[in-house]
Design a protein around this ligand. Structure first.
Ligand code: LLP
Length: 425
């Protein structure tokens, strides 16, 4: 359910709050998230899997804002983390350690230790070298580490190549054919404990078959391992269900859930899922103000105060984000190239996008920006990162301040030898 809509006066609101009010109070650019949308998406996913034991480990890389995480933690979500930073953020937000799974191809010894000390549910182990490292860390702590083998089922998710992860040539997971050997390796090591198998074949997947093909492969492996006496307490299907950005028609979570439940029926393993985008993607927008239109002999540019440093997806993946004027207009539309102020031609949000006439000071909303938006932002061009705002009904609050100029230069200093004058050398 979508909670960004025009009211009868043609004004765009986030739930009941006028985006114009947020822009006036908080400034632009800023991210605006809808509590109701996040809660609803989480509930729909929960309901989709009801009937089989399951755990939703929200892939917090999609949006790790403390307030968003706390909201999901309160609903009972676990977390899929990929760094020590995410471990701390998730614990701080109230996600219980025993609902946290740790993914990633390059976990350092320090990260493994921090997560083991915290008592997480499982390490999604992605290589034999990681097993060795985890074993050593666990031995040192005297605490066996729970291992879920992340296998690569070699399935084509038919998504953007940068976010496909389940092909044999990708850096992720271990070849599924290595599963039995690595399970034996885990079983023989008193510092390790096999708890599950997982996979994640990619992101923004808009059809079910690749996801189900991956799950089927994982279940074949689970059967094989169990037959050899290995416990497999859970299977983790990863994240990946896509969202509509530009008219895509991804399966509803209930279809995904029904397909998963059909396969899991009568099976002993708990199901873990790691959705990110589908929970928060359409729960957030990036609110921006027009700096000025800039017609040139060949293009009609619209320069806005958000840029690729605030929302990288269009520049990095040629991703489509709808752009809505905050004040609805019936005026004839013209094709605009919507760009930011950063000194790169790639700082382009849309080319030839049909928009009504817009002038300096008008507000626009870049839609579907709740996932992989703020988390991928940077301070490129020394642009402070934007504020984040959470709306609930008729209330809103800044849940992360806009960075200040002071924030930008925090930690910088000149080298101490510049105190000595060059003459003294
Ligand atoms: N689990 C693992 C191990 C992952 O690597 C990811 C995403 C997820 C779960 C969540 O996938 P989701 O449900 O969000 O599709 N920055 C890119 C997306 C990168 C996804 C990386 N991994 C984008 O903006 O499209």
């Amino acid at each position: 359910m979508f909670h960004f809509a025009y009211d009868e006066d043609g004004q765009l609101r986030a739930e009941e709050v006028l985006l114009e009010t947020i822009a006036a109070r908080v400034g632009t650019p800023c991210y605006v998230y809808s509590t109701a949308t996040i809660e609803r998406h989480y509930r729909v996913y929960e309901e989709a899997l009801n009937g089989h034991p399951h755990l939703i480990c929200y892939a917090m890389k999609a949006n790790s804002c403390g307030a968003v995480l706390s909201l999901l933690a309160k609903k009972g979500a676990g977390a899929d983390i990929v760094s020590e930073g995410e471990l701390h953020r998730s614990l701080r937000a109230g996600v219980p350690a025993d609902k946290i799974v740790f993914s990633g191809v390059g976990k350092t010894g320090g990260e493994l230790e921090a997560a083991l000390r915290a008592g997480i549910l499982a390490f999604n182990v992605e290589s034999e070298a990681e097993l060795d490292e985890l074993s050593a860390v666990a031995l040192g702590l005297g605490s066996p580490a729970p291992v879920s083998l992340r296998v690569n089922p070699d399935v084509d998710p038919a998504t953007h190549p940068y976010i496909a992860t389940g092909l044999s040539e990708s850096k992720f997971g271990v070849p599924i054919t290595d599963g039995p050997r690595l399970a034996r390796r885990v079983a023989e090591d008193p510092s390790l404990r096999l708890v599950g198998i997982d996979c994640h074949i990619g992101s923004q997947i808009v059809t079910l078959p690749p996801l189900m093909e991956a799950l089927d492969s994982v279940l074949v492996l689970a059967d094989e391992l169990r037959a050899s006496g290995h416990p497999v307490e859970h299977v983790d299907v990863g994240g990946g269900l896509g969202i509509p950005y530009e008219g895509e028609a991804p399966p509803h979570p209930s279809e995904f859930g029904a397909a998963v439940r059909a396969r899991m029926s009568g099976r002993p393993e708990k199901v873990i899922v790691e959705p990110g985008r589908v929970i928060v993607g359409n729960a957030g927008i990036l609110l921006s103000r027009v700096v000025h239109p800039k017609p040139t002999p060949s293009r009609r540019f619209l320069v806005i105060d958000a840029a690729m440093n605030d929302l990288l997806r269009p520049a990095l993946y040629q991703a489509f984000h709808d752009i809505w004027p905050v004040r609805r207009s019936e005026a004839a539309r013209d094709p605009y190239d919507v760009v930011g102020p950063v000194c790169e031609s790639g700082d382009t949000f849309a080319k030839g996008r049909a928009l009504p006439p817009l002038v300096r000071g008008d507000l626009v909303a870049l839609m579907s920006a709740g996932a992989y938006g703020f988390v991928m932002s940077s301070a490129y061009n020394s642009r402070p990162r934007p504020a984040e705002v959470l709306v609930s009904g008729d209330r809103f609050a800044v849940v992360r301040d806009r960075e200040s100029i002071e924030d930008l230069i925090r930690g910088e200093r000149l080298p101490p030898w510049w105190d000595d004058s060059e003459e003294q050398r």
